[in-house]
Design a binder for this molecule. Structure first.
Ligand SMILES: [Mg+2]
Length: 232
């Protein structure tokens, strides 16, 4: 695990964030099943799909680029309902194994926990059914705006009931959708380097350095407590 950034922040106790906001995909939820179902829908092996998705990510492209390569002339949104029917929504097995403990620890340590990612509204119900500790939760569809739009982060502040962006830490796996726009909106940032985007993306040269760079959530509660100037 890398702990880049914490040494600069460890003794700045009154600057420590009081609210931790979690992205959903590849932060809370392992999306392996999501992409596996897309591979099945397109009739290619999961390895092939994952390889083409990785190439699209490196080239700064989205899911449509994967379709354009594997199934020319098809528009991914026309398969969205069929994908959802096969996928069936989030399950306990989709949670990264460090998630539940991290959220429980943060709540018990007095941090406010918010969940807000680029997802359809139905994902909130699915996440609520998993019983994750949290103080507030909303998906981009119900907020009416998606990352990287700066208005998304205004909505996150409203959701958190906190108008001081530097008191929020946004935890995300993507530099383009999470780390860069959250920092631009004045939030503290934690870049979680897991999943396809977390592994493959680089930080844009113009983006502020994240406050934390982690490979998992196992150390987050301890790091934030240290940042707050306390010992665990
Ligand atoms: Mg994500």
């Amino acid at each position: 695990m890398t702990l880049d950034g914490i040494t600069e922040q460890a003794d700045v106790d009154d600057d420590a964030p009081s609210t931790v906001v979690f992205d959903v995909g590849e932060v809370l939820i392992d999306e392996t099943r999501v992409w596996g179902v897309w591979a099945d829908l397109l009739g290619v092996s999961r390895l092939t799909f994952a390889s083409v998705l990785g190439a699209a990510i490196v080239q700064g492209e989205g899911l449509q680029a994967v379709f354009d390569h594997l199934a020319p002339n098809l528009e991914w949104r026309s398969f969205e309902q069929e994908h959802e029917d096969r996928y069936g929504g989030f399950r306990e097995e989709d949670l990264y194994p460090d998630v539940r403990r991290c959220l429980e620890d943060l709540v018990s340590l007095g941090f406010s926990v918010v969940i807000a990612g680029n997802q359809p509204t139905r994902r909130r119900t699915q996440l609520e059914a998993l019983g994750l500790p949290h103080d507030a939760m909303a998906m981009s569809e119900e907020l009416g705006v998606a990352k990287p739009d700066p208005v998304f982060f205004d909505r996150v502040l409203e959701l958190a009931g906190n108008d001081e962006p530097e008191e929020l830490l946004y935890v995300g796996d993507r530099t383009d959708n999470d780390v860069a726009p959250a920092a631009a909106a004045g939030l503290r940032t934690c870049w979680l380097r897991r999943g396809p985007w977390g592994q493959l993306q680089d930080l844009p040269e113009t983006a502020a350095e994240p406050d934390l760079v982690l490979e998992g959530l196992g150390e987050l509660a301890t790091l934030l407590t240290t940042w707050r100037g306390e010992t665990t």
